[in-house]
Structures are given as structure tokens and as C-alpha cells.
Design a protein around this ligand. Structure first.
Ligand SMILES: C[S@@+](CC[C@H](N)C(=O)[O-])C[C@H]1O[C@@H](n2cnc3c(N)ncnc32)[C@H](O)[C@@H]1O
Length: 309
């Protein structure tokens, strides 16, 4: 599979309904797969590319160099969204994209510590300049704390057994040694490696993914221009539930219209080509009020659809 494969690309573009003169923010730039397609559709508009991961951003910047001043890049966590936009002189955006989770580049990188298939130090931080590493969590948390985070974030029923085995095996320094400790403690059931859920839980804990997502969702209403659209892609049921709650609240409060009454799933063809996309769900909300351009927001989506067909 192409390392730059952007998930649900055609659906993201359809729901964002990019207009050439407007302002967009990609909160999860990664390698810039979605950003590139947004940038191609801009003339006088602007795209702000954010990500917590400096290394990904640098790669994205190289890939998107041809778009010059139309795009700017900034290392920024979700919790810094408003501040980052203010620093860049942007008050409101017409489109916001959040493609949550981890990128394929991060997963397959030999030294980032996200993957149980590649032996590397247990790091797992999106932003390697700050915060605790997975190694610190694994070696210095109590058995009880480990069991709780593996259960809550990894939805792993065997969390107590796994936590006990980890504590007995300490110090555990690398991804493969952690995967082996878990595999010895709990039997393999089905295709999934028995350490998969624990690795996901550690990554989510290290990067405070739930807290960051909650902070992002809190800031969205303050940064959306009237008629603007926010598109969220989630892979994890916990993330999906948190996103759904905020979307429903915006709709209840009359701030936004939900353009996806039910979540949108990837087409079967995409799932066949990219198995990692099988659990993704897309949600889109459009802010109330007149759009800033000549076409009112929801008409804009319909027009774009017709133009694209
Ligand atoms: C699934 S990838 C995005 C891939 C991207 N859409 C593409 O097409 O290349 C998710 C990205 O979100 C970033 N990320 C995750 N949590 C973040 C946070 N709290 N703040 C900023 N970026 C975050 C990760 O570093 C990663 O690069």
C-alpha cells in the first residue's frame, strides 16, 4: 500500500466542498495526503497545515512545496488550535479536517516505537520534544495504573494479566520485547497479535489522545466561519463516541447542521485496497449562518458534487 494513502479522500473532499478562495485548516497533516488535494483546489485561498509531529510536517512541507505561499505549516497540538490560528493571523476557517490517530509513516517508522512488528525503543510520542515516553509509562507505572489504561483505552479484557506480566518482566525497553512479554502472558486468539490493543492503549495514553480530542472539539465552534464545514475521521470507538457527542450538541444548540445524519463508512473497494481503513467513520457538520462567499454553504456542496461528476 502507498504510504501516503489518504483515507476516504473522495468523501473528505465532497464534504469539505473546498472553494478556491477560502481558508482551510488540516489539524492532522501527517504526510499531507488530504492537504495536497485541498491545496490543489485553492487559488487565492489558504491552507494551514498543523500536526504535533515535526518530522511528519517536514516531510509534508517537502511534498507540498509546489503550492508555495498558499500553504503554511506549523507544529501544533489540537489543544493549541486557537492559539496557532491567532498566531498565524487567522480568525475563522471555512473548513476544518481532523483525521485522527496515527499515520502509516509513524506506524512503520523503525525508530518511533509505535509498531510491535519493528523493534525499536518504546517511544510512541507524536511530538518527540516533550512528554513521557511509552518506556517510562511501562516501567514506572503501578500494575494497577497499567491495567486500567490498557483496559480503558485498549478495550482489552485481559488487561490485569498483561499488566502483571509487564511488571514482572521490567525493565522492558523495546517494542518487540514488550510484544513478546504480552504474547507469553495471553494466548493468541484469532489473527490479531495479543499485544495490539495494549500498544494502541499506550500510544493513546502517551499522546493524551482523548484529552486532546476533547480540547479540539471544544475549540471548533470558536474557529468556524458561518457556512464552514468540519470533517472528522475517527478509527477508535472511543474517539468516535466523543466526536458524535459534540456533533449532536452543536446540532441541538442550533450552531451547526449535521450533513452526515449517520456516520459515513469507506466504500468496500477502499477497504479491499487499504485494510486499515475498515474501522474509519466520517462525520461532517456545517456551521449556521451565511457563508462568506457568493454561494450559501449547503448549495455550495451540491454545486461541487455536480461539478465533480
Ligand atoms: C492519520 S494521520 C493523518 C494523515 C494525513 N491525513 C495524511 O493524509 O497524510 C494523523 C496525524 O495526526 C497527528 N496527531 C495526532 N494527535 C494529534 C494532536 N493531538 N495534535 C496534533 N496532531 C496530532 C499525528 O501526528 C498524525 O500525523
Amino acid at each position: 500500500m502507498d504510504a501516503h494513502y489518504p483515507v476516504m479522500l473522495s468523501e473528505v473532499l465532497e464534504y469539505l466542498a473546498v472553494r478556491p478562495d477560502q481558508v482551510y485548516v488540516d489539524c492532522t497533516t501527517g504526510l499531507g495526503g488530504h492537504s495536497m488535494e485541498i491545496a490543489k483546489r485553492l487559488t487565492t485561498g489558504r491552507l494551514i497545515c498543523l500536526d504535533a509531529d515535526r518530522e511528519s510536517l517536514e516531510k509534508a512541507q517537502q511534498r507540498l512545496a509546489e503550492f508555495g505561499g498558499r500553504i503554511c505549516f506549523r507544529q501544533s497540538r489540537f489543544s493549541q488550535l486557537r492559539q496557532s490560528l491567532t498566531d498565524l493571523g487567522v480568525d475563522r476557517v471555512d473548513g476544518l479536517l481532523a483525521d485522527l490517530g496515527v499515520s502509516r509513516m509513524q506506524l512503520t517508522s523503525a525508530e518511533r516505537g509505535f509498531s510491535l512488528m519493528q523493534d525499536s525503543p518504546l517511544d510512541m510520542r507524536f511530538d518527540r520534544s516533550t512528554g513521557q515516553t511509552a518506556e517510562e509509562i511501562v516501567n514506572f507505572s503501578s500494575e494497577h495504573e497499567l491495567a486500567d489504561l490498557i483496559y480503558q483505552l485498549g478495550q482489552e479484557r485481559r488487561s490485569r494479566k498483561i499488566a502483571r506480566a509487564i511488571v514482572r518482566a521490567r525493565p522492558v525497553k523495546t517494542t518487540v520485547s514488550l510484544a513478546n512479554v504480552i504474547e507469553q502472558a495471553v494466548p493468541r486468539a484469532g489473527k490479531l497479535h495479543p499485544a495490539t490493543q495494549t500498544f494502541m492503549a499506550l500510544r493513546m495514553y502517551v499522546n493524551r489522545e482523548i484529552e486532546e480530542l476533547e480540547s479540539l472539539l471544544e475549540q471548533v465552534p470558536a474557529v468556524m466561519a458561518p457556512g464552514g464545514r468540519a470533517v472528522f475521521l475517527s478509527f477508535h470507538s472511543g474517539e468516535s463516541g466523543i466526536t458524535k457527542k459534540s456533533f449532536q450538541q452543536w446540532a441541538r444548540e442550533g450552531r451547526a447542521e449535521l450533513l452526515t445524519k449517520h456516520v459515513v463508512k469507506p466504500q468496500q473497494r477502499e477497504v479491499r485496497e487499504n485494510a486499515a481503513s475498515r474501522s474509519v467513520t466520517l462525520r461532517c457538520a456545517q456551521w449556521r449562518g451565511p457563508a462568506s462567499g457568493p454561494n450559501e454553504g449547503s448549495k455550495r456542496g451540491a454545486q461541487t458534487k455536480q461539478e465533480e461528476r
